[in-house]
Design a protein around this ligand. Sequence first.
Ligand code: ATP
Length: 220
Amino acid sequence: MQPAPARRIALLGGTFDPVHNGHVALGAHFMRLLQADELVVLPALPWQKAALKATPAQRAEMVALAFAGQPFPVTVDRRELERGQPTYTVDTLRELRAELGPQASIAFLMGADQLQRLDTWHDWQALFGLAHLCVAARPGFRLDALPPAVAQEFARRAAAPEQIGKSPSGLTCMAPDLALDISATGIRAALQRGTRPALPALLIPPVVLDYIEQHNLYKE
Ligand code: ATP
């Protein structure tokens, strides 16, 4: 009997304050490129960001609403929120690796802004022993001007998206063709001014905007 093929997981971490269409597009784009089996979305209690506006439970609920109805399996993993204190990504990846086993392909997704600061992440070089790193372009952030150590590591591990699902960890890939100028900061600013963001359905899933209005979020 043939052994079952290893599972291919795409993992999207973030603060999602609030979740927006940049996140949904990032997840969907890589699910397609990598032909992954499941997208796991991992809302974080961040080390590196100023105080968040929505509660952890609200951020997780908005994430679940935003990704409902995607044509691929999505799980919202609340482990970092339930821990009640910030967790390093590398520690969460160690846990997930132990749960999913050594064969599973795990691809950690991020936008170019995060890649530019990857060398500030705790024990960032250990990430490659646990997962692949797949990065999408993001307007305002260059993919070709990275801290030298990150650029070097990224280049020597570079692979085509089709390769990612065939091994457990250690490769990098880029999606230079995603160009969505959407940020949670911009959406919070528009909501704070008391305006629904211009062209809201392009920026944020309408169900999430409804949730924000029902819960009176981001008013101040
Ligand atoms: P903020 O504006 O509050 O900093 P954000 O919009 O960057 O938030 P995060 O929750 O911090 O949202 O992002 C989670 C992940 O999604 C990060 O890896 C980030 O780079 C990526 N991401 C967010 N928006 C985009 C986008 N428009 N295009 C590509 N990647 C994105």
